[in-house]
Structures are given as structure tokens and as C-alpha cells.
Design a protein around this ligand. Structure first.
Ligand code: KIV
Length: 273
């Protein structure tokens, strides 16, 4: 079987991610939202599993990430944590759970950590949320930043196109990246920005920078698991590499099952008691 399995079976920590950046080892990160998928992703040797608020899209069928609640994120996070042994589990703080004020953000963060037993949190935003980021980190909770395309702000942007193409937005992004590092974030996700800008940020920061649609000149990559497995036929952005066509594989298997039930081929004598 082709693939890369780390010989290091120890649990991945924030410290080990920084070491990986220092020695130039790329960091692999993928989403998961349930126990069965988490077991598969972790067993394959993933470094970081993200319980993304993209669960709102791919698990619940919402158009945006905005509707998912804190309780629903905790449910997904608990399911994932039960399936993981080695990977670091990072959970997205959902829209509305931290933008209000620092204490509300801290209370939401503590709930996720206490109830899910995850390892860390991810939050979208820079300067606007820096007080809350510091407050959460001061409570001993590791935080990963998220800049560039921030899906929780889709109603402000109005589109999912590439961010930070103009100088003003690029400069703000670089400033925000430094602010997040200074605040104590252990890592940063950069979503859908020019590859050259992402590469500059990754070189300037000492913390690992993980890209999605941000080119290869960063410290690691993250994708949504359903997208890279080809389960969502309609979603084919330029940055996505599809490693399987599970939509076809699953549709074929399910069709054969339907046919076997209809023709009474299933179950046969060996498949009964
Ligand atoms: O929610 C998510 O899946 C994410 C990734 C796209 C980085 O935030």
C-alpha cells in the first residue's frame, strides 16, 4: 500500500508541530467529524485532525458554516476524540461562540475542551479577536489561528473567491499573522490566498502555517475529508486534489445492494442464522 506512516507513534503535540516545522517536515491535516472516519484518518498516520465547522456544510447540508452550534461542534468533537490515538485533535469554535466578548469566548472554549477532551481549538480572525485569543490561551488552551478566506465571515465578503489579492488586505493579513503568533497561537491556517503571500507568512513566522488553497510554500496542508475522497461530486475548486472517487464507489455498492434485496439474492443461506 502506497503512503507515508510516521515511525513516531507518540501523540502529536503543539511542541512536536513546531519541531516538524523546524526540521522542514510537512504537517498533514485533514478534517473528520465522526468516530469511524476519525479512526481511519488517524490510523493512516495523519498529524492533525480538524473537527471543522465545515461539518455544517458536509454533515448537515447547510449552505454556510454559520448555523452550526456549540453543542453540535461538541458532539462531533467527542465522536472524533473517541476514534483517535495519535493525531492532535483541533476543534473549530463555531460562529457566534466567541465574537461577542472575551468572557463568552473563554466560556465556549472551556466547554469544548472539558466536554470533548480535544487537544486544541481553532478561531477565525486577527486583530478583532486578539483579546479573546489571549484570554483563552492564558487559560491553558492551545489556539490555532485562521486567516485569509474565513467562511464564518461569508456574509461580509459575499463570495468564496481568493482573499488578500490587493496590497491593503495582504498587509492586514501579515499584521494579523504576527499578532496571532505574539498572542501565543501554536499554528495558523491560511485559506485561499495567493501562494506567494502564504509562503512569505510561513517564512516570517516561527509557528507552523498550514494552507488550504494557499500553495505549497507553507508548513503543511489541510483539506476537507469528503472533498479529497471525492464524496462531493459537485465541489471541484482548483486547490482540491481528489484522491478517490468514493461517490462512484459508494453509489455502485449501494445500487448493487438495492438490486440484491429486490431480487432476493441477499441474504443467502450463509448470511442467515
Ligand atoms: O472548517 C474547516 O473545515 C476548516 C478548513 C477548511 C481549514 O476550517
Amino acid at each position: 500500500m502506497a503512503g507515508y506512516i510516521s515511525e513516531d507513534s507518540r501523540k502529536v503535540t503543539t511542541h512536536r508541530l513546531v519541531e516538524m516545522k523546524q526540521r522542514g517536515e510537512k504537517i498533514s491535516m485533514l478534517t473528520a467529524y465522526d468516530y469511524t472516519m476519525a479512526q481511519i484518518v488517524d490510523g493512516a498516520g495523519m498529524d492533525v485532525i480538524l473537527v471543522g465547522d465545515s461539518a455544517s456544510n458536509v454533515m448537515a447540508g447547510n449552505v454556510t458554516t454559520l448555523p452550526i452550534t456549540l453543542d453540535q461542534m461538541i458532539y462531533h468533537a467527542k465522536s472524533v476524540v473517541r476514534g483517535v490515538r495519535r493525531a492532535m485533535v483541533v476543534v473549530d469554535m463555531p460562529f457566534g461562540s466567541y465574537q461577542g466578548n472575551e468572557l463568552e469566548g473563554l466560556a465556549s472554549a472551556i466547554r469544548i475542551m472539558k466536554e470533548s477532551h480535544a487537544d486544541a481549538l481553532k478561531m477565525e480572525g486577527g486583530e478583532e479577536i486578539i483579546g479573546t485569543v489571549k484570554r483563552i490561551i492564558s487559560a491553558g488552551i492551545p489556539v490555532m489561528g485562521h486567516l485569509g478566506l474565513m467562511p464564518q465571515s461569508i456574509n461580509k465578503y459575499g463570495t468564496y473567491t481568493v482573499r488578500a489579492k490587493d496590497d491593503a488586505e495582504a498587509q492586514k493579513l501579515v499584521r494579523d499573522a504576527h499578532l496571532l503568533e505574539e498572542a501565543g497561537c501554536f499554528g495558523l491556517v491560511l485559506e485561499k490566498i495567493p501562494a506567494q503571500l502564504a509562503g512569505c507568512v510561513a517564512r516570517e513566522l516561527t509557528i507552523p502555517v498550514i494552507g488550504i488553497g494557499a500553495g505549497g510554500d507553507v508548513d503543511g496542508q489541510v483539506l476537507v475529508v469528503q472533498d479529497m475522497l471525492g464524496m462531493n461530486n459537485g465541489f471541484r475548486p482548483r486547490f482540491l486534489r481528489r484522491y478517490a472517487d468514493l461517490h462512484t464507489v459508494m453509489t455502485d455498492a449501494i445500487s448493487r445492494y438495492i438490486s440484491d434485496v429486490k431480487t432476493s439474492d441477499f441474504p443467502n443461506e450463509k448470511e442467515q442464522y
